[in-house]
Every structure is written in structure tokens, then in C-alpha cells.
Design a protein around this ligand. Sequence first.
Ligand SMILES: *Cc1c(COP(=O)(O)O)cnc(C)c1O
Length: 434
Amino acid sequence: MTDKKERKRRYHKETRLIHGDFHSPHWDYSDHIVPPISASAAYRLESVERGARGFQAFANPEFNRHVLPPIYIYDRLDEPSRSMLEDNLAAAEEGECAVAFSTGMAAITASLGVLAKSGDTILAHHTLYGCTYSLMKNWLPRFGITVKMVDMKDVEAVEAMMTDEVVAVYFETPTNPVLELVDIGAVRAAVNRANAARNPKKRRIFIVVDNTFATPFSQRPITLGADVAVQSITKNVGGFGTDMGGVWVGPQLLEPDVLLFRKDFGAPLAPKAAWPALVYGLPTLALRSRRQNETALKVARFLEGHPAVERSLYPGLPSHPQHVLARKQMLDQDGAFAPGIMIYFVLKGSPEEARERGRRLMNHLAQNALTLTLAVSLGQVRTLIEHPSSMTHAPLPLEAQVEAGIEPGGIRISIGLEAAEDIMGDLDDALAIL
Ligand SMILES: *Cc1c(COP(=O)(O)O)cnc(C)c1O
């Protein structure tokens, strides 16, 4: 066992992404190179005793499902295709264990659902993915959970808010869509101080980081100080845009509760959706990301130098206000700088002009560009572009948009696998019509 562990450590992490653990308690690999899609809602039990043992073992910390062969009962509890992906995602995120959900939102809901109960407080960064914001604003308060939003770039302000009611600190880094970074190590230090000063009867504060934009290729939040990393597999981990999924990665201590939450709230990742991420997504993550990172830097530089562009934000550009922090925490698994696949840029002009230019740019690209696809989502083989002001946030009047931090001329790009020159050529053509 130790021998095998030692041997595994000798391989590059990138190689581990492709091969996973080579051995799994969830499946006998003797005949397969490609892991199978298991498709069984329920499992045959040889005896009632085996069924009883299965129920006793499920989500029981004394029966480690990552070591002992699990007794499968019903898909919603546990099942082999999903479990194989979970083991590989835990390794990719450098966490103790992983639990996979039907969507990123289901994983995020579970990450907070197991930590907070009525009367507790969650501290969250002031900009969040839209549905996470809605979860915190519209739903958690209905369960008696208070959410306080703060700019987590100001770690002192966060620390000042860590009262005894706080059970979790939640943020994305980089954030959507403006690519602000939060210093994971600095938040860790502040949470350590608050935990040390805490009444020993109070549970310690946990840090939850949404790692969707960076992916485990560019950033491992747990190694940097987070307790839990959540991720939308729908995005670049899945990588091809064919299926939805989400994952929670964290300490074994929390795993039983996360499994029970998934069983009872009912959003496990379907085995048919786990399989593409296991077979295509994760094994090609490093290859795809390396190319996308290189292209993103070229496109961000091109936009930065374009006369129609007010500013181009990419953590890899020295002009990014947190470039130094990016160089510290956005590293690939070999330690090389990997500032990600997302670019945000702002068109010139008054709010009205910038919004209109954004609208025209999108429609021109949608009709004329091969390499840029007008669409939401991110992390696919195709480059995707969107203009929040005239799309997701279109119902809001301009003043309300500006107040909510949505810039009228702000545009988000998710870089795909096309040749960088072609993406820049299409952007150049489209920007010329403004
Ligand atoms: C897409 C996304 C989510 C939600 O993931 P789904 O799989 O769509 O539920 C959460 N956070 C971020 C940053 C995202 O981009």
C-alpha cells in the first residue's frame, strides 16, 4: 500500500489526471482501459444482511468508501462511475475526498447546507456567480441563515466581521465576470486568528472557495488554505460542454454530512454525466488548459492595445491590479504561472455608447465570426463571448446595472482551442465596425 502510494507520488500530477489512481475500490479494472458507464438505479443484494450492512456503512465515517469496496444499494446514495470520477477529482483538487452533484449549484448548495443552520451567519464576497448570489439572497435567509457580503480583497474588513455566529467564509477567485482575485492564504490567516480566539464550544469557521474559473489546473484552493473547493464540472473540467455537473472537495470530516445532504436533497451526478468528465474531461484538462492559457494571454494583450478598448483585464497581464497575487496563487500543477482562460474587457464610451457598442459587437460576431460564439457558460473547446449588460442583466436599467457593478461596455470571453490569430482576427474585424 505505502509502496503504491510512493510510486504514485513519483508521477507528474498531469499524468495522474489522465490515469487517476489506476486502482479503484469501485471497479475491477482488469478488463477495461476505459472505465464503464454503470447504469443501474438499484443494486441486487444477495441477502438482507448485505443490504443491512450497506445501509449501515453509507455515510458512516467508520466505513471509508475510498478504501473498502462499498456495498451499492441505490444510485442516489452511491454508485461506481460517479465514485471513480470523485476519486480523480479529489486528487486533482488535492483534497481528501470528493462528492459529485448534478450541477455546480447543487454542490454549492450542499457546501453551505452542511455548514450552516438557522441562526448562523455566512460571510461572502460581494460579487458572486448570479445563481450563488440568488441562493444567498433569496433562499438561505428563508432557512434563518444570515448572509453578509463584504469585499474580501479587504481581509481586515472580513476579519472584523468574524463574529461568533459566522460558520463559513465563501468566495470565488477569480470572480465572475470582472476577474477580481481574493488572496486565499490571507483569508486563511484571518480565519485561523478568529478560530483561535473562539469559544471552544463554537464550531470553527470553514473556508469554501468556488474554483470554477481557475479549475484545478490553475489553482488548488485547499493547498492554498481553503477547507473546501467547489466547482462546476459543466465548465472546463467537463471541458466539452456536453453535460452538467458539480463537485464538492473537502475534508473527510465533512464527507458523511455531504453524502447525507446529497441523498436527502437529491442532486447526485448521474453516472451517464460522470462518464464524459471521467473519460474525456479530466484526462485532457491540462492539455486543453495549457493551450487556452497561452491563447488567453495573446488575446488579452491584443485587446489591451486596441483603440476601441478602454481596458483589458486578465490576471496574466502585468496591468491587472492583482497580477502579483495571481503569480502567487494561480499556478499549474508543475508550479508554472497559469492565469486562466477567462478575459474581461471594457469598450470605450459613455455608459449609453458603451452598451450600444457592446450590443453591436455581439451581433456582428454572432453573424460573422467563426471563432467566437455568442453564448453564456465557459470552458469549452469553442471560444464563447457574452455581454452581460445587454444579455443576463438586460432587464436592469443602466443606472441599476452600474450600481450592481455591471459595466455597460463590459464583455467576457472564455477562450477555446482555436488558433489565437483567428480569434484576434475575428475580434479585430468586429471592433472595426464600432
Ligand atoms: C457555472 C458556474 C456555477 C454553477 O454551475 P452549474 O453547473 O451551472 O450549476 C457556479 N459558479 C461559477 C463561477 C460558475 O461559472
